[in-house]
Design a protein around this ligand. Structure first.
Ligand code: THU
Length: 157
């Protein structure tokens, strides 16, 4: 039997259209690109997480000569948030890229980052909104990681 999966998400024409707290979060993600350490790809990524109490935790991609040892901006931010505020829920995560030409661009979270989002959603028992900047300035908003990673790995140990 063939089945179809539908994924819904919201698209805003520009950052100006976002609700204020999400616009602010995206601004933080933009700011975070400045601390990216990207001597190999020259592709900066910034991520910002808003916790339940409004605290914002930023992260940026950190590269390494031994490539797999580096880390994406999203996981840098999530691990920092979890390490520093283990009791707090991650309400929303915004992400944006800056290409080697210095232009703002999309940085859709990679599969490993999506899996880590799923882990923290499970731990906190609530969804995390994910905001991604798109080339041209539009913003996509996903209401939880299931929209980005369907049929997710789940197991009981
Ligand atoms: N990268 C991120 O930090 N987040 C993403 O969503 C996609 C990719 C990083 C990894 C690497 O440092 C650089 O972008 C180029 O792949």
């Amino acid at each position: 039997m063939e089945k179809t999966l539908t994924i819904s998400y919201r698209e805003y024409e520009s950052m100006a259209e976002l609700p204020e707290e999400d616009r602010n979060l995206m601004q933080h993600a933009l700011g975070a690109t400045e601390s990216a350490y990207v001597p190999y790809s020259h592709f900066r990524v910034g991520a910002a997480i808003r916790l339940g109490d409004g605290t914002i935790v930023e992260g940026s991609n950190q590269e390494n000569l031994a490539y797999p040892s580096g880390l994406c901006a999203e996981r840098t931010a999530m691990f920092a948030a979890s390490a520093r505020y283990p009791e707090a829920a991650m309400e929303a995560l915004a992400v944006v890229g800056v290409n080697p030409k210095g232009e703002l661009t999309e940085a859709a979270p990679c599969g490993a980052c999506r899996q880590v989002m799923a882990e923290y959603e499970g731990r906190q028992g609530r969804k995390m909104r994910i905001l991604t900047y798109l080339e041209g300035g539009k913003i996509r908003v996903f209401d939880g990681v299931e929209c980005l990673l369907p049929f997710i790995f789940q197991a009981e140990f």
